[in-house]
Design a protein around this ligand. Sequence first.
Ligand SMILES: C[S@@+](CC[C@H](N)C(=O)[O-])C[C@H]1O[C@@H](n2cnc3c(N)ncnc32)[C@H](O)[C@@H]1O
Length: 279
Amino acid sequence: MKTVTDTFKILSLMFGPSRTRSRSVYDLLGRDYNLGQDTRYLNLGYWKDANDYDTACRNLALLLGQRAEFKRDDKVLDVGCGFGEQDSLWMKMFNPGQITAINITPLQIETAWERQAHPRIQYQVASATELPFASESFTKIIGLESAFHFDTREAFLKEAFRVLKPGGKLILADIYPYKTPANPAEWAFTWLIGGFWQIPLANSYDETTYRQKLSQAGFKDIQIEDIAKHVWKPFQHYAQERVNAPEIRKRVHPLIRKSWGTPTDVTNMIAYGIIEAHK
Ligand SMILES: C[S@@+](CC[C@H](N)C(=O)[O-])C[C@H]1O[C@@H](n2cnc3c(N)ncnc32)[C@H](O)[C@@H]1O
């Protein structure tokens, strides 16, 4: 029965008019629809020195943590924290003072509290576009593969700037097209491929526009590094095999397995950036 209702939900996300229901995506994925073995990461991973999904996701979190240069007196905000795997890792590896991790999906926050309890990590249900925090509350804001979902990313950048302390740093791993869609056919294609993942059309712009939006929000010293070659192809290569593992066949819906296991080469279309900006 779950398979039938989930089929309906998947199709309605893919072909329904909305591109802003990101919570519905992760409600649907629940606790079972992911590729991990020992972790519940929900990102594409950094595959430069990795051969399996858990390691690739962990390495991506480490890469972001290194760029953040966490210090013991840092007050960190993690936006779109998933199940909170990276927060425990950052605490263990870099020992920042405090992490507040927010997520729009209550089930993931509930699971994070169950699995990752640490006295200096707080998990909270909240939206990155309406941050329930006073201005200048945090020294670092970090988002591991989540900002492309926010409705809109631009609204989030303004909020991020507001809640960062002067001198604070924003670090994101984010997804955006190499080229902003320029005609109805390109917009239609963008609408179609962003369907299941509920990527708002307003977030489909290239690196130049991304930089402009960061500086319009007030950020300076902006750096963007594209690591797409260490993300898309190796993820797809791995996922093609992994979706056939008996354990995955048992717990992941066939349409989700199909989408993860179908090698669509997006390397020349979609960038995967590590974004750094300062207040
Ligand atoms: C691709 S997952 C990444 C999760 C986690 N960072 C990881 O790497 O495992 C994107 C996450 O963003 C969260 N999200 C989407 N829209 C959000 C919003 N407006 N505010 C906060 N979190 C949001 C989703 O619930 C999901 O957990």
